[in-house]
Ligand binder design. Structure first.
Ligand SMILES: C[S@@+](CC[C@H](N)C(=O)[O-])C[C@H]1O[C@@H](n2cnc3c(N)ncnc32)[C@H](O)[C@@H]1O
Length: 239
């Protein structure tokens, strides 16, 4: 259906994933979708990410930059927040709204081949992006997030949680398409764990968001896994 195509855009030749092509319309839909709670949800996500003054943060699949700007507020003028996305249209929209945030920048990029050196970020965040990736590249994207984080750096992934009620779920599918109706958010946790992250915590935010937060071990040479001594910095804690 049209709205599903508009929400999930066109196929990106670099990734096979779906990129957005209508920044302004996505923005309008986002406000309706969150039923007036968008600011609250994304501010909470920024807080859950553990973003703090001076952090170098990366927002993967930033879209129109809503979360990037919330994170930019948290990292302040001594930090930096870079949002990357493969869609030129949403990046143009994000740049327009970030004029009063000199610590905030936007660039072309894809999750499975992130810009930046190993260990270049204190924090990686990503909201509503993973369901855009083909299943067979999700592990690669998680590995890239791990690579660009410094030891002890923090990760926050958030994605759409389909309603438990079958009728409501079906309605979501009718409006937004099958990807969101059946979005397997429970797989975010194993995705993050298998990439090597530790200290994993999960939760839900009303109305539609499931999140996973985790940390790159302070000693990445230590095998990952629950209970591994010295392997994790709790999310939100600086190593
Ligand atoms: C539903 S939007 C979410 C945007 C924003 N993070 C938010 O929460 O409003 C998903 C975004 O992921 C982007 N995307 C699609 N494939 C991607 C990829 N391989 N790497 C990074 N971003 C991708 C799309 O272009 C789109 O802007």
């Amino acid at each position: 259906m049209e709205l599903a195509r508009f929400l999930h855009g066109t196929s990106d030749t670099r990734t096979g994933g779906q990129t957005l092509t209508h920044g302004r319309a996505y923005e309008a839909f986002g406000n309706v979708f969150f039923g007036g709670r968008r600011r609250q949800v994304f501010t909470r996500l920024a807080r859950l990410s553990g973003a703090r003054p001076g952090d170098r943060a990366l927002d993967v699949g930033c879209g129109t930059g809503y979360l990037t700007l919330c994170v930019a507020d948290a990292v302040g003028p001594t930090g930096s927040a870079l949002g990357i996305d493969p869609s030129p249209d949403v990046l143009a929209h994000a740049r327009r709204r970030a004029v009063r945030h000199p610590q905030c920048a936007f660039a072309d990029g894809i999750a499975e081949d992130l810009p930046g050196p190993d260990g270049g970020y204190d924090l990686v965040v990503s909201s509503l992006m993973v369901h855009h990736l083909p299943e067979d590249v999700r592990a690669r994207a998680a590995a890239e997030m791990y690579r660009v984080l410094r030891p002890g750096g923090r990760l926050l992934l958030a994605d759409f949680r389909p309603p438990a009620n079958p009728l409501a779920r079906h309605l979501v599918g009718a409006v937004t398409g099958p990807v969101m109706e059946h979005n397997p958010v429970h797989l975010l946790q194993p995705l993050v764990r298998d990439a090597g992250f530790t200290g994993i915590e999960t939760g839900d935010l009303h109305p539609w968001i499931h999140y996973v937060r985790a940390a790159k071990p302070t000693d990445p040479g230590t095998p990952a896994g629950p209970g591994t001594p010295g392997a994790s910095a709790a999310p939100g804690e600086r190593a």
